[in-house]
Design a binder for this molecule. Sequence first.
Ligand SMILES: Cc1cc2nc3c(=O)[nH]c(=O)nc-3n(C[C@H](O)[C@H](O)[C@H](O)COP(=O)(O)OP(=O)(O)OC[C@H]3O[C@@H](n4cnc5c(N)ncnc54)[C@H](O)[C@@H]3O)c2cc1C
Length: 411
Amino acid sequence: MTAQNSARGPRVVIVGAGFAGLAAARRAARGGARVTLVDRNTYITFQPLLYQVATAGLSPGDVSYPTRSFAAKYPTMRTRQAALSKVLPDERRVELDDGTGLEYDYLVLATGVTTNWLGVPGAERDALPIYSVGDAITLRKRLQRRLEDTAAGRRASTHVVVVGGGATGVEMAGTLAELRRRTIPLTHPEIGPGQTSVTLVERFDHVLSPYKPRLRAAAARALAKRGVRLRLGSTVAEVCPDAVVLGDGTRLPSDVTVWALGVAAPPEAADWGLPQGKGGRITVTEALNVERYPEIFVAGDLAGPPDPLPQLAQPAIQMGEHVGRQIVAATRGGPVRPFAYRDPGIMATVGRAEAVLQFPNGWTMHGLPAWLAWIVLHVAYLLGGRNRMSVLINFVWRYTGPRRTAASVIE
Ligand SMILES: Cc1cc2nc3c(=O)[nH]c(=O)nc-3n(C[C@H](O)[C@H](O)[C@H](O)COP(=O)(O)OP(=O)(O)OC[C@H]3O[C@@H](n4cnc5c(N)ncnc54)[C@H](O)[C@@H]3O)c2cc1C
């Protein structure tokens, strides 16, 4: 008899092995629950470093970790590779896309969100999102192919337009601009500076909206210093195969368009029969469970609590931990408590030696010290010692090694 079968704890099905699902699984398993962790992939993705994969600074394996290696640490945890197709709340059962089903005492939905094309014509067809390892690899291949074609004279240019001035857009644009200035002239000497460009389009008149004005300004200055063309206060009206058309009719030439904005609940969430709010998120109580089905909890980006939270790793981790704790408490006959978010601050990087950091008490920091703090935190939150070592070595190489090797990962 396996440890999971012989255990007496509640059956907890957790869908989604992201920040929220893993935190919930950890807490529930430590409390003796029999956890089944379901994810459509066999690996866990560290999204905050996907832009490094897309820009060939890291390999896909550096930002992924096998779900089974995670579960192996907990004797009462099992994993299942499948996508959720149906929730049957009255039967306390979920159906998976492999044709099987799982019964539960508690269900945790933590599938995260996905790209929202915002109804912009051509966006889904011609722009590339950056939400999964697959997206990052596709983007990297397209960039590399466009550069090769430009170097060989098969194309006239490799202009990149990044749509969205949030953290992901700023990180992408800053890194691409550094490659354009420092590496591409060495690795692709056939390409002239006029044949490449990096443009960032943002509908507000500033980048990094959640940050204080002085940090937004510092980030915008750092981007401009790297040669990023900023189109602030501009909306995208259409994406074409070779251009991005702005609301005022301006046509920005674009050989690679990166879609770094807009997230919404996955469309299939509409089939789960649960209440949905803004962006399709599942409406939950202050305790993060569904009012009509209190044994169903929702954590992370997919959750729509009464006080909306930023769609970031920290809220997802804390929600997951809270949900795991509530399940353990409820099993022991304790009350289910409301969730309270402890804000540790926010940070984003623009590129080499430049990041912005904002603490909840209003203190801010930018430049080299903020960048070093950004590196330490991102490495610390990765799963697996090997990944931490590998990312650290790759960062040292990318930022202090020979310029010609800054984009050194082979396709
Ligand atoms: C490119 C990028 C960069 C980011 N950078 C930062 C950053 O620097 N700092 C920060 O704090 N936050 C960052 N974020 C946001 C942060 O990654 C998310 O807020 C966080 O991952 C949300 O956690 P989650 O557990 O809700 O969902 P996710 O981490 O998205 O996990 C969801 C999991 O559910 C699985 N799944 C989805 N649908 C199904 C289904 N139907 N069936 C089974 N499994 C399913 C997915 O495979 C995935 O493993 C970034 C996000 C992106 C996309």
